[in-house]
Design a protein around this ligand. Structure first.
Ligand code: NAD
Length: 492
């Protein structure tokens, strides 16, 4: 018996107007466990209209302190329901429960962090040259914003967008991935329970066409997207046609650089966390491990040895370290990348196949895979795989490491492992990456801005800068002199 989900529009759960549904497959069992609506443009229009009405009639007149109270209430609800919600997300996308349960707490943390700004959207007085003119700046919400998310971390990715959008005073229409929509639809019930006015938060599910309809909807004034670079390009083009701003959080091929003066034990753990955490299905995956020649063999043996012992199994079991990949297309894509790397002679040290054995045979499991002596200009080192596949690359000098790290069209994250503070300062400043981690990796904070350089994206999430993605600026100039001016000369 599968669970039937519905869209969430104007404060109510409703079916798609075309009546269609699609199955959501549990990647551990390979079986459909839920059905979600396969909506279309008509539902998007309904949701955008509801959000527009809510904005005009209630939300734009709701004080910051009232918005903050609702956001904090919602944070409390998701924290209290973290276990139930993480089970839903893990069932939907195969990410281990250890991680999804901490991600639910992260959703609460994000809501609380941005709630603190809701009643502090201070403008600015601007001192002009003329003493009899008052000039001030106000920050204003856009109105209705469209939020489109990927399947790897549905609620955590949503929180990065939703929390600042609500704090800034916007209403939202959310389009989660067709591969993992259940937790976002469940979350809508918590939004309702928290007491948000109907229409402030809406969810429409379905495939690419639903996302396209959302970007194209006339009532949507801004879009924020997390997903693949290919789709990011399409969304940027569509937003460009409508001349609306867009935030893009896209992919990466992030370098994790280990120098021979590093704490090697800690660096090996960081390398493992960087690529095998979340089965490698994270945008910040440290998928290129650059290792200085003097410690190369030691690091390679350490990483490959532990990788081969990673405990795979039921993602709902708290003992499991690595779950399945999230869906069948992704499973095939990753195996295809591994096969192509082997065809061109990359040196496989461990893994490389579908993982089989007790408890694994029905799920989309892939062995933790390590390739050594990889050339930085190979496909393996340049293309995002979004799976548990590591390319280990040797280097000799700091200059070489910097050049290789930056020789990528992506620029999402970089890791540096070194005990030499001068080197850390030099290399961290040289990285063409939005996030640089030193002696740690894949560490996130609500307060710290996140986003990509180069083809990894446009705009930032989290931190104060993340709030400003959802605010537009109005300047007001008031002439309180009694003088009559020359109509044909500009006033300055
Ligand atoms: P995807 O781009 O295939 O899909 C993302 C979302 O966009 C889905 O909801 C999808 O239905 C929708 N969509 C697809 N085509 C669309 C279109 N033409 N117009 C509007 N919407 C459309 O991405 P995915 O496979 O779900 O996620 C994996 C990718 O996401 C990886 O590249 C990964 O690096 C990236 N990612 C980035 C971050 C980040 O914060 N930078 C975080 C997680 C994942």
């Amino acid at each position: 018996m599968t669970k039937q989900y519905q869209l969430f529009i104007d404060g109510q759960y409703v079916p798609a107007s075309n009546g269609r549904t699609m199955p959501s497959v549990n990647p551990y069992t390979g079986e459909a466990w839920a059905s979600i609506p396969d909506a279309d443009a008509a539902d998007v229009e309904r949701a955008v209209a509801a959000a527009g009405r809510a904005y005009q009639s209630v939300w734009r007149n709701t004080s910051g302190v009232a918005r903050a109270a609702l956001m904090n209430k919602l944070a409390g609800l998701i924290e209290a329901q973290a276990e139930r919600m993480s089970i839903i997300e893990t069932t939907d996308n195969g990410k281990v429960i250890r991680e999804t349960s901490s991600q639910m707490k992260w959703v609460g943390r994000q809501l609380r962090f941005f709630a603190g700004y809701a009643d502090k959207l201070y403008g600015q007085h601007v001192p002009l040259d003329q003493p009899d003119t008052l000039d001030y700046v106000m920050y204003e919400p856009y109105g209705v914003v469209g939020l489109i998310t990927a399947w790897n971390s549905p609620l955590s990715l949503l929180a990065n967008k939703l929390a600042p959008a609500l704090a800034a005073g916007n209403c939202v229409v959310v389009k989660p991935s067709e591969h993992a929509s259940a937790s976002t639809l469940e979350f809508a019930a918590l939004v309702q329970e928290a007491g948000f006015p109907a229409g402030v938060f809406n969810v429409v599910t379905g495939g690419a066409q639903v996302g396209q309809a959302l970007v194209d909807a006339r009532g949507v004034s801004r879009v924020s997207f997390t997903g693949s670079p290919g789709v990011g390009r399409e969304i940027a083009a569509a937003a460009g046609r409508r001349l609306i701003p867009v935030t893009l959080e896209l992919g990466g091929k992030s370098p994790n650089i280990i120098f021979d003066d590093a704490d090697i034990g800690k660096a090996v753990i960081g390398a493992l966390a960087g690529i095998f955490g979340a089965t490698g299905q994270t945008c910040v995956a440290g998928s290129r491990l650059l290792v200085q020649r003097g410690v190369y063999e030691e690091v390679l043996q350490g990483v490959a040895g532990r990788a081969a012992k990673i405990r795979m199994g039921d993602p709902l079991d708290p003992q499991t370290e690595m779950g399945t990949v999230a869906n069948e297309p992704q499973f095939k894509r990753i195996l295809g990348s591994i096969e192509r790397a082997q065809q061109v002679g990359a040196r496989l040290v461990t893994g490389g196949r579908r993982a089989t054995g007790p408890g694994l045979d029905k799920g989309y499991f892939i062995e933790p895979t390590v390739f050594a002596d990889v050339s930085n200009d190979s496909e393996l080192a340049q293309e995002e795989i979004f799976g548990p596949v590591l390319a280990v690359i040797p280097f000799d000098t700091e200059e070489q490491a910097i050049a290789m790290a930056n020789d990528s069209r992506y620029g999402l994250a970089a890791g540096i492992w070194s005990r030499d503070i001068n080197r850390v300062m030099r290399v961290s400043r040289a990285m063409q990456a939005g996030s640089v981690w030193v002696n740690t990796y894949r560490a996130l904070a609500a307060q710290a801005p996140f986003g990509g350089f180069k083809e990894s994206g446009i705009g930032r999430e989290r931190g104060e800068v993340g709030l400003h993605e959802y605010l537009t600026t109005r300047n007001v100039m008031i002439d309180f002199s009694n003088t009559e001016r020359d109509p044909f000369a500009i006033k300055n």
